[in-house]
Every structure is written in C-alpha cells, then in structure tokens.
Write a protein that binds this ligand. Structure first.
Ligand SMILES: [Mg+2]
Length: 202
C-alpha cells in the first residue's frame, strides 16, 4: 500500500519524539528511579506496567508537557530525514497530538527535527478522541500513532490508522504496522523532487 504524502499525518509522542525514554531519563535524573527499561513499558497507561507511584508519574508527565526538564528529548531515529523531505516537498506536514497544549514541542520540532516553521502545523486536541475530527477537517486519510486505542477510534471514525510499533502496543490489531521511519519512508508515494533534479543538473 502506498500513501499520498498529502493525506498522511502524524502523532508526536512515541512516533517522532522518543518521549518514553525522556520519561525514564527524568525519572532517573530527578527522582533516582532506575532499573526500568523501555521494554518494561508494556502499557500506554504507565500505572499499569510500572511500579511507580501515580503522583510521580503525573509529575513527570506534567514536566514533559511543560518542557520543564534538563535531559534532552531525542527524536525517533530517522524521523527528521523523512519529515524534512515531506515538509519541503509537500508541507506543511500535519502533526496531531492529544497533548493539551503544544508547549515546548513546536520549538523542539524546529530545533531538533529541523523543520522550518512554515513546513509544519501542530494541532493539540487535548483528547485522543478529538483526533479524528481534526484530521477530517484537514483532508487527512491516514494517521500514524503509537496508541492502539486511538487507532481503533480513528478507524471507527473513517481514518486509516497505521500503528508505529512500540512495546506498549503489542496487542493484536488489524492495522498496517510500521516499526521504523525507514518503513514509513517506504509507504509514502513520493513524487520525484523537482528541486533535487534541478540542483543535480547544475
Ligand atoms: Mg503517541
């Protein structure tokens, strides 16, 4: 299956941004909580898979939303290359997050993923269930997300979900699944880049 670049949009946390590693890094550096590995995060609801106090979990999540941390938030490997190309050839690329506000993530996309401000748009819905209408409004038919429940909700609402493989979405599902940005690259129906061709001809 090939997807038109104009009809594809992306979730942020767990798809472009390695937010769960950030969670673990904040837990270790600020709360001295160690010994939890990425693979231990087998549920999107952290209370269900980690033996951590929910007050601590919520505090760290608030820090993440507000950008109130000193360890870096890394991109998921390969995200920048694909998104920069999408942004330049077909931009603005649409990111739809269930975060209640964009907070530090707009700057992060510019500084770390290296997209220019006019090459992307972010919608912060504040609720997983609100993603489908945000996507419909912008003519998006396919959405890449790491939260399985959201994928099922999207499918019901007429958006084709694509699951970005993570330890917390290993339950059975009927959707297309990708496990890397290389695989995302491979399902996009890229048109030859006119700019590249012109430059190559110089
Ligand atoms: Mg996510």
């Amino acid at each position: 299956m090939m997807i038109s670049p104009k009809s594809l949009a992306f979730d942020i946390d767990g798809v472009l941004a390695d937010t769960m590693t950030l969670f673990l890094d904040i837990a270790a550096s600020e709360y001295q909580i160690r010994g939890i590995s990425y693979e231990d995060i087998t549920s999107y609801r952290l209370e269900d898979c980690l033996s951590l106090d929910s007050a601590i979990i919520n505090r760290i999540i608030t820090q993440i939303l507000d950008g109130n941390y000193s360890v870096p938030l890394a991109p998921i490997t390969g995200a920048s290359e694909v998104l920069v190309r999408l942004g330049k050839q077909y931009g603005p690329v649409l990111f739809v997050t269930a975060r209640p506000y964009t907070g530090p993530i707009t700057d992060w996309i510019q500084q770390i993923l290296l997209l220019k401000s006019h090459e992307f748009d972010i919608v912060a819905t504040g609720a997983f269930e609100a993603k489908a209408s945000a996507l419909h409004e912008r003519g998006i038919t396919h959405f890449i997300d790491d939260r399985l429940e959201t994928c099922f909700t999207l499918k019901t609402a007429g958006i084709e979900p694509i699951v970005f493989r993570q330890p917390w979405n290993r339950q059975k599902h009927p959707f297309l699944e990708v496990s890397s940005w290389q695989e995302i690259d491979a399902i996009i129906s890229w048109q030859p880049d006119q700019t590249d061709t012109d430059e190559a001809a110089d």
